[in-house]
Design a protein around this ligand. Structure first.
Ligand code: MN
Ligand code: MN
Length: 460
């Protein structure tokens, strides 16, 4: 039952393809460090590939037919793209869906203060993080500031070589006797994750001169007033680029593999569909998965359902029943990363049912915690079908569980889409040190995932 390592069977041409995909992926990671940046990238690439926005199709009262390509941009934080197939939409779609939000440190709405000669920003972390991992490292600021006049200021500080970076300090080891005695979870509190932003007083300023210096920079260089932070979304993320990892360059280390590795594989797969597919292909890149898929840009919002209704209407086939049928008759890969087996923490895994880096795209029948609580638990019949699709298309794949039973848990968007009565299974790429500022994946798994998602979408 042990699954083969993908690298073993690659010919030279395949290694070249995997390398090329990895290079493109690293560029994607570097320009997509927030859900907004990933959405902008996706919209841009989809437009270039001939996709038109659903809003435009509606405005132009366009009649949609097989072969047409449309996408929905959900508040600049999520995207749903459709490549309309020959079969009636009522017969269902082949859906792949990944998320583009990643754990990070968000600035609070009233963030700035001065203490001991520093100007700092109070933060509120986003998603599940081990807090100690986010201190003592260079961080970049990405995001937007929405002004009262409706204009939006884009922020990206700390990625260019010439940019300054910011960061969260940690206590020196020499004074850490007390801190070292605490548990990992308690040693650093969420409230203490404050970012140092400046350290020089503004000349001639008596009261809080370093804060005054910071506010002057924000005003002069970005046109932002302190009060504008109330309507800002600024995310502190690890600064720097994704890089090859390992002396054999077989892996990639970077920020946000969860879940941008699956998101990229999915988007690439969608863009590679150049003929009119039998069934409609749908690719989703969604937000807020890391905090429970909530809000208008998370999977629990109805943007998929709304888009299907609009498309059916533009095809002249709308009815409430046809929307329900289109969703119920769909099948989906919920594309999200899997925990890669880590030999340094072997006891956290069960060897036979773990995902291994380099053994191809993973399928997780279920996720959740405890007795599978909160999971989707895919149907055996559907898994049988997936096995056939994977093997017919010579894809290297493996099955996995998150880790040892009762050790923890996690969820994905799978159970939400399953609410429509469609077949769903979790499928993804194995990651080492998931949710750390820098995560690791294998290039082979990215390559196999892209092939898998394309094969799944093209399934008649
Ligand atoms: Mn994820
Ligand atoms: Mn995650």
């Amino acid at each position: 039952m042990e699954r083969p390592n993908a690298w073993k069977n690659y010919r030279k041409t395949e290694i070249k393809k995997a390398e090329a995909l990895a290079e493109a992926y690293k560029r994607f990671l570097d320009c997509g460090k927030t859900e907004r940046e990933c959405t902008a990238y996706a919209v841009n690439t989809l437009e270039q590939a001939g996709y038109i926005s659903l809003d435009r199709a509606l405005a132009e009262k366009k009649k949609l037919k097989a072969g047409d390509k449309v996408y929905v941009n959900q508040m600049n934080k999520a995207v749903v793209a459709f490549c309309l197939g020959k079969k009636p939409l009522e017969d269902g779609m082949n859906i792949v869906g990944a998320h583009i939000d990643s754990p990070r440190i968000d600035l609070k709405q009233n963030p700035f203060y001065e203490d001991a000669g520093f100007a700092l920003a109070d933060t509120h972390y986003y998603g599940g993080i081990k807090k100690y991992q986010w201190t003592a490292r260079p961080m970049a600021l990405h995001g937007v500031v929405a002004k009262k006049d409706g204009s939006l200021v884009n922020i990206c500080i700390g990625e260019k070589e010439s940019d300054p970076v910011v960061g969260i300090s940690d206590l020196l080891i020499h004074l850490s006797k007390e801190q070292s005695g605490k548990t990992l979870g308690e040693a650093i509190t969420g409230e203490s994750l404050d970012l140092i932003l400046a350290g020089k007083p503004l000349a001639g300023e008596e009261k809080e001169p370093v804060l005054a210096q910071l506010l002057t920079i924000l005003r002069e260089e970005y046109g932002i007033e302190e009060e504008d932070m109330i309507s800002a979304e600024i995310e502190a993320v690890p600064a720097g680029k994704a890089r090859d990892f390992g002396l054999d360059r077989s892996m990639i280390i970077g920020y946000g593999h969860d879940d941008r590795s699956c998101a990229f594989a999915e988007l690439q797969a969608l863009l590679e569909i150049r003929t009119v597919p039998e069934r409609t292909c749908c690719g989703m890149l969604v937000d807020k998965e890391e905090i429970g898929s909530v809000g208008a840009t998370g999977m629990r919002a109805n943007f998929l359902e709304n888009a299907v209704a609009e498309i059916l209407n533009l095809m002249g086939m709308y009815s409430e029943l046809s929307v329900r049928r289109a969703l119920r008759n769909s099948q989906m890969l919920s594309c999200d990363v899997s925990a890669g087996f880590d030999p340094l923490y072997a006891s956290a895994f069960e060897k036979k049912n773990s995902a291994y880096l380099g053994r191809g795209v993973c399928y997780n029948k279920f996720t959740g915690s405890g007795g599978k609580s909160g999971s989707n638990d895919a149907n055996a019949e559907f898994i049988g079908k997936i096995r056939r699709i994977m093997d017919q298309n010579r894809i290297c794949w493996q099955t996995a569980e998150l880790g040892r039973v009762d050790l923890g848990g996690g969820g994905t968007i799978a159970y939400i889409c399953a609410l429509y009565g469609m077949e769903v299974i979790d499928s993804g790429i194995a990651v080492l040190n998931m949710h750390a500022p820098m995560e690791i994946i294998s290039k082979a798994d990215l390559y196999e995932a892209e092939k898998a998602y394309k094969a799944f979408m093209l399934e008649a």
